[in-house]
Design a protein around this ligand. Structure first.
Ligand code: EPU
Length: 298
């Protein structure tokens, strides 16, 4: 969204163990850290954000697990992994700071099907898993086999897919921090994967302002039974919300669920416009939309 200020304290761990250490150091000093992934779905206030932000940017590893080993830990690349047949074990281990577009490229290049539906989704693996990023062609948890999470008390824990109940846009892990994930794909022809990505991206570019400065969809889509099948974007459009603006923050003429920064918008402009839209849909359609975007207030 290109708005927002600075963090009072910014910690940049490079490994899962450092992430836990950063978390615990902040907790011991009385802070509840905020964890920042790619920031694609977060709108940050202006000024100095008090307290501790832990950025996962340096935790970018994506690797193929060796046979019998998928413990999410770093290890030196092995020739044996590079030369054996990827289709025999179509899994990847991704740490939270790996970029989603980079992960999709790695999966495509290996001939791994399963995440093409997330083409064009920005951000990192941690945020993508925590929020179960996705859309009509699939979602992140379609491929999650296991996650490593950091609990509020600073302990690391591995959770199998069967022990989790992810839902629409929410991993449903009670606020635990995603440290990394083991992802299971299906082998497929690279050309077929590439073609699906091309088709999805073309459709996305047609209906969403993908190259403009935004935080993606502002609201979660409502229960279709309550909204007569209308998405949040369609509801905003039907209620006349596409003409609303606050400063340089405008509602995208292309898609009613996107706020776009035309150049000099402030975080306050964006926050106010978000509330304007929520109030408008409540008043005109009687529906209380829920924000998908995370707001970090100073
Ligand atoms: N539409 C309108 N007017 C609008 C916006 C949309 O009529 O102002 C109609 C159009 O007919 C359009 C259709 O809605 O073709 C579908 O739009 P889109 O494909 O964008 O679907 P969506 O339900 O609005 C969801 C996800 C998106 C994801 C897309 C595609 C949510 C809140 N949004 O959007 O995810 O990219 O499906 O898979 O679930 C995000 O979460 O940040 C996000 C962008």
């Amino acid at each position: 969204m290109r708005v927002g200020g600075a963090a009072e304290w910014l910690l940049e761990p490079a490994t899962p163990a450092e992430l836990a250490a950063a978390w615990n150091a902040a907790r011991e000093r009385g802070h509840l850290p905020r964890v920042l992934g790619g920031g694609a779905n977060t709108v940050v206030d202006e000024g100095i954000l008090p307290g501790v932000v832990i950025a996962t940017d340096r935790m970018r590893r994506v690797f193929r697990p060796a046979a019998g080993e998928d413990d999410l830990e770093a290890r030196a690349p092995r020739a044996a992994i590079a030369h054996d047949d990827p289709a025999r074990d179509p899994r990847l281990v991704a740490w939270c700071g790996a970029s989603l577009p980079g992960l999709l490229r790695a999966a495509r290049d290996l001939g791994y099907r399963g995440l093409e539906g997330l083409v064009g989704v920005p951000g990192n693996v941690g945020g993508g898993v925590a929020m179960n990023a996705g859309g009509r062609w699939g979602e992140m948890w379609d491929v999650v086999e296991r996650v490593r999470v950091l609990a509020a008390d600073g302990t690391l824990e591995d959770l199998e897919r069967a022990a989790c109940s992810p839902r629409y846009r929410d991993a449903n892990l009670g606020g635990r921090v995603i440290v990394g994930a083991v992802l299971r794909f299906e082998p497929d022809a690279r050309a077929a994967i590439e073609e699906r990505m091309r088709v999805y991206l073309t459709e996305k570019r047609r209906v969403q302002p993908v190259t403009e400065w935004s935080a993606g969809c502002i609201f979660k889509n409502p229960d279709p039974e309550l909204s007569e099948g209308r998405s949040a974007g369609k509801l905003v459009e039907d209620c006349g919300g596409k003409s609303l603006a606050r400063g340089d923050a405008i509602v995208s003429p292309l898609h009613g669920n996107f706020i776009v920064n035309r150049g000099k918008a402030s975080a306050a402009d964006v926050f106010t416009l978000m509330e304007d839209l929520r109030d408008l849909v409540l008043e005109k359609a009687g529906l209380a939309l829920e924000f998908e975007v995370k707001r970090w207030r100073a």
